[in-house]
Design a protein around this ligand. Sequence first.
Ligand SMILES: *[C@@H]1O[C@H](CO)[C@@H](O)[C@H](O)[C@H]1NC(C)=O
Ligand SMILES: *[C@@H]1O[C@H](CO)[C@@H](O)[C@H](O)[C@H]1NC(C)=O
Ligand SMILES: *[C@@H]1O[C@H](CO)[C@@H](O)[C@H](O)[C@H]1NC(C)=O
Length: 508
Amino acid sequence: MSRLLLAAAVATLVLAVGAFEIEEATLASIQLGFKNGSLTSVELVRLYLDRIRRLNPLLRAVIEVNPDALRHAARADAERRSASPVKYLAGGGLLHGVPILLKDNIATHDALNTTAGSLALLGSLTRRDAGVVRRLRLAGAVVLGKANLDEWANFRSLHGSDGWSARGGQARNPYVLSADPCGSSGGSAIATAANMVAVTLGTERDGSILCPASLNSVVGIKPTVGLTSRAGVIPTTPRQDTIGPICRTVADAVHVLDAIVGYDARDAAATRRTSKYIPRGGYMQFLNMDGLKGKRIGVPNGFFNFPDGTVQQTVYGQHLNTMRKQGAILIENLDIENLDIIMDNLNNGQQIALPAEFKLSLNSYLLDLSYSPVRSLAEIIAFNNAHPIEERLKEIGQIIFLAAENTTGIGAPERAAIRQLKKLSANGLEKLMKEHKLDAIVMPNADASSALAIGGMPGISVPAGYGKMGVPFGLCFGGLRGYDPRLIEMAYAFEQNTKVRKAPMFMP
Ligand SMILES: *[C@@H]1O[C@H](CO)[C@@H](O)[C@H](O)[C@H]1NC(C)=O
Ligand SMILES: *[C@@H]1O[C@H](CO)[C@@H](O)[C@H](O)[C@H]1NC(C)=O
Ligand SMILES: *[C@@H]1O[C@H](CO)[C@@H](O)[C@H](O)[C@H]1NC(C)=O
């Protein structure tokens, strides 16, 4: 433990005495605090801002804090004082007055910048909040700031930037500072793990919520693609992009999910197509202690191959047994057809489809801004070339940007590649799940995220353990499109029966 961390921990401990306990605070405990007078939204925002000030120089989970957060919190406090309880519940529920941190590719129409971590977009202005942010504000949430991420959601180069962005610097895993925090929603996962905020949002194309949630011992929900609007989110591909919560508990993540799902005219086709999946009465009803009972859970080959004697081998084995004891039916030794091709993003069709989809969707995001120093992918490439030091051009490169710039829309090769991806998904995980009537598959961390990604399928990652050096690992439940409710049931029952999550060690 570094001296700096220790000092920060002690200072935070002193600060917390006599006040609301923000360590591992849940939405329920926060609302109880609001109700019984031990906490206000302004106090809560102050506690988190203070913690960000102390921990962020080391963890670099946050890029910007909202200069208007305290004002918005004061407004929430005033609303709560004046409104009748019924009106207040109907209007906001558990998110009212609660600070939330947004991954820096999710646009806000306020003082905050939205840059995907890149200096190229600094100073750009959006015309409106992203669809999910509009919903969060309607629910009364207070936007606390923007979270660090792998720059451009890890879509600039094949090497990836491993928790780094030019604006945010190098994000760190709060459990083991030298360990990979994973990405691209690393800042969101780190901030929530280290209690720098109540709840957060991330985004995922392939693993970007599930992986950092796993490696930072928090809960990540990757919703079925289209359940949450992508409007106003710096895109990679509308075929796979999805927005979801990263929080400390399944219940908190599910409450945030409840607030952000639904139709959005600016992402009309996808949000309309998936509206049939949204359960009447929302997702909270699936927080079911017996959620594993009778569930058919597949364990695909190729993922749980940990060497004998490792913590992972023992702990994952115990977890599978826990699920059996809770009444789940585990079906092992299953093969996902063409798994090796599905996992090979350089040969499965993604290498053709993604660059073309990215150029189209990014350029249309840029054109929609009310002001931007760059208006096209070509101008971003030129910006990086002109700022090689700040953008670490030599080490990281921008090969995906260059390949994308070479594309000329969705033509015959791209359509063929997209058909191929659909077929791989249909004959792969989708067929396996249908043939064996599975409710879910399980995987370590986000190790099978590509099998979910190419089918637009949902996943939920829950803390599962800590490796020999203390680096967290997770267990992910994945399923068919629209299976979000049953994944929530299983993830919640698993969480409640295992209770693995611990705050990072330097926390008091
Ligand atoms: C008020 O709420 C806080 C936060 O949930 C809790 O810790 C405290 O025990 C509550 N106090 C009373 C008197 O209920
Ligand atoms: C947004 O970026 C500008 C620089 O263009 C900076 O002056 C401003 O402080 C940033 N906003 C926040 C909230 O940090
Ligand atoms: C882009 O196209 C040019 C001209 O066809 C080619 O030389 C170059 O290698 C391509 N770059 C990438 C990254 O595909």
